[in-house]
Design a protein. Structure first.
Length: 242
């Protein structure tokens, strides 16, 4: 089974449309969404519409819940908070209803997927270090857990014996006795120093995971953010992938 995972679209229509085409070329048996369809970008409703059509299952991100008032924006930085307020005003009733249906956890075959952490997804903490990953491995029993949230691709490995490891690779063959916590990066606002849109493919037959990166029309996405009156930094960061 070929499972495609996408996360952190953040209302970036140009990136999502390009990723959708790339997924069509790769082929997929199931497409899972790992949270944050809205926030930061200028096309929240359009992205929600595509997502509903594209994905089989989806979970909520902190921005998705914040945009409909299910989550506080207290800990958001000023640009993110302003963008969430703007998003809230743009959302149609249908978009709000969709965001309201998103759960915190999803499961498919031997995979769990959550936006932030498997232990307390509603707290929206980050998993950046092997120490944090080590704690998260205790909280799920599946072989693989996919996450998003940091917008930084990463593969944490828990061997049958020994310490948790971090691999920054874009390709990995999964071993039967290991367990994995995989951050699939971001479609619409990558923060690993590469501006390319990213998503993951897990082939359960081949036991293979790959991170795919695709070029998209960054200029148009940036111009829309400026035209919407959002913080220009949200446009600038797209070209540097930060
Ligand atoms: Zn995000």
């Amino acid at each position: 089974m070929k499972i495609v995972l996408i996360s952190d679209v953040h209302a970036n229509l140009e990136a999502l449309v390009t990723v959708k085409k790339s997924i069509r070329n790769e082929g997929a048996d199931s497409i899972l969404f790992v949270g944050d369809i809205v926030g930061y970008g200028a096309n929240p409703n359009e992205c929600i519409e595509i997502l509903q059509d594209l994905t089989d299952k989806a979970v909520a991100g902190n921005h998705d819940w914040a945009a409909i008032g299910k989550n506080s924006t207290e800990y958001f930085n000023p640009a993110a908070k302003e963008a969430i307020e703007w998003t809230h005003d743009q959302l149609t009733e249908a978009s709000k209803a969709f965001l309201n249906t998103l759960p915190l956890r999803g499961e498919l075959q031997q995979c769990l997927y959550v936006h932030a952490t498997p232990e307390n997804p509603q707290d929206w903490d980050y998993i950046s270090t092997t120490w944090e990953a080590h704690a998260s491995f205790q909280a799920f029993s599946q072989q693989v857990c996919f996450i998003g949230h940091s917008h930084q691709p990463a593969i944490f490995i828990k061997p049958a014996e020994g310490d948790t490891l971090l691999e920054q690779s874009t390709h990995i063959m999964l071993k039967q006795h290991n367990r994995y916590l995989i951050n699939i990066g971001s479609v619409g606002q990558p923060r690993d120093g590469t501006p390319l849109a990213g998503y993951g493919i897990y082939d359960t037959k081949k036991n293979e995971y790959r991170l795919i990166r695709v070029q998209y029309d960054i200029n148009t996405a940036q111009q829309k953010i400026i035209d919407a009156g959002l913080d220009p930094f949200l446009a600038q960061r797209l070209s540097i992938g930060m």
